[in-house]
Design a binder for this molecule. Structure first.
Ligand code: FES
Ligand code: FES
Length: 180
């Protein structure tokens, strides 16, 4: 067993863990923080995405011992004093989810994008979320929500499609495709 000292969503934890324990299983099974789902367990779907010391990571591809001494933020840690962030509100208001299984990972990856690029272009949003799979939505509203949170969505009545890339006719259709 290996000792880990980690802060998760602002709370400090000390534990003895098996060196092979994955961070996602530590969060869910040891700490009971089930807001971070396991979608594939093979680093493909992105559902398990969390923030590890400022970097968005797939927590099924990180060992709990690698988080020793780190701060982890999960989807549960996003709201401030019970108030959703603009990004969370945008997902809600833009219907950017159906079953919601991918949503924690989408929110964490989108948050990471907006931190580094507060005004992303639609294609940059798609690129940033390409490691996060959604089986339900077709991605269109997810992209819209991220753009809305970034303040880049045109006002109602504006003919511009916020999911369409400037100067690339037909690119809006790509939102229907599964990101690579
Ligand atoms: S559960 Fe981690 S990427 Fe799918
Ligand atoms: S909303 Fe169901 S997987 Fe994305």
């Amino acid at each position: 067993m290996t000792h880990v000292s980690v802060k998760v969503d602002g709370a400090a934890y000390e534990d003895e863990v098996e060196p092979r324990l994955l961070l996602v299983h530590y969060l869910r099974d040891r700490l009971g923080l089930t807001g971070t789902p396991v979608g594939c367990d093979t680093s493909n779907c992105g559902a398990c995405t969390v923030d590890l010391d400022g970097q968005s990571v797939k927590s099924c591809s990180v060992l709990a011992v690698q988080a020793d001494g780190c701060a982890v933020t999960t989807v549960r840690g996003l709201a401030v004093d019970g108030e959703w962030t603009a990004l969370q509100r945008a997902f809600h208001e833009r219907h950017a989810l159906q079953c919601g299984y991918c949503t924690p990972g989408m929110l964490m990856a989108a948050r990471d994008l907006l931190r580094e690029n507060p005004r992303p272009a639609p294609d940059e949003v798609r690129q940033a979320l390409e490691g996060n799979l959604c089986r339900c939505t077709g991605y269109q509203n997810i992209v819209r929500a991220v753009l809305a949170a970034a303040g880049t969505t045109p006002a109602p009545g504006d003919s511009a499609d916020p999911t369409r890339s400037a100067g690339s006719a037909g690119s809006a259709d790509r939102a229907e495709e599964v990101p690579a």
